[in-house]
Design a binder for this molecule. Sequence first.
Ligand SMILES: CC(C)(COP(=O)(O)OP(=O)(O)OC[C@H]1O[C@@H](n2cnc3c(N)ncnc32)[C@H](O)[C@@H]1OP(=O)(O)O)[C@@H](O)C(=O)NCCC(=O)NCCS
Length: 169
Amino acid sequence: MVKPSKLLVLKKAFSGWPLSVGPAILNCLQKHNLTIEIVSPKGNFDEYINYICQNKQELKAEFAYVENHLKKGDSWGEIIIVKNKNKKIIASFGPNRTKKDKREKKRALPGYFSVLKKFRNKKIGNALWITGLKRMKKMGADYIKISVAKNNLPALKIYLHSGFKKFGN
Ligand SMILES: CC(C)(COP(=O)(O)OP(=O)(O)OC[C@H]1O[C@@H](n2cnc3c(N)ncnc32)[C@H](O)[C@@H]1OP(=O)(O)O)[C@@H](O)C(=O)NCCC(=O)NCCS
């Protein structure tokens, strides 16, 4: 668990933000021969679960989530997966949901977001993150609030590039 003093809280409002995914994202996917697939909350999660289990050393938090989730038998949120040209998953983002807050505004609740180490630094994380945000906007989210470790520079850069602003002190 990261200490609160080492976390930054960031927020972004979705109003006025386009739903469509821009050409930079599509070009990035095409350049690396990647495809994005959406597993809907009622879909088949076997492929995602296998991916997380096969990479459990690297994807510790996701593995703990999947293990706990399977024990409890809860419903899944939407999960986005990125596949390479060999149809192998190399990145995932989810489960993503939305929830109404006390003011009746819909808050996006993003899940785990990661790219396998071998595939990092090619803007794949950025493409996946933007796709996930657009999906949560499509679910009707008004805003998204997240916490990130101050020293997680790759994630922080992606969040700031996508219009997140520091929230609170
Ligand atoms: C965060 C993560 C998904 C990013 O994936 P990625 O495909 O490498 O991301 P991108 O290539 O789109 O962008 C990474 C950015 O970080 C920068 N970066 C990478 N390593 C860095 C480092 N050590 N120090 C500073 N910046 C770094 C890149 O230059 C790029 O910034 P730019 O767009 O300004 O050039 C990936 O690092 C990851 O899976 N991390 C572990 C899980 C995690 O931390 N998830 C976020 C939870 S809050």
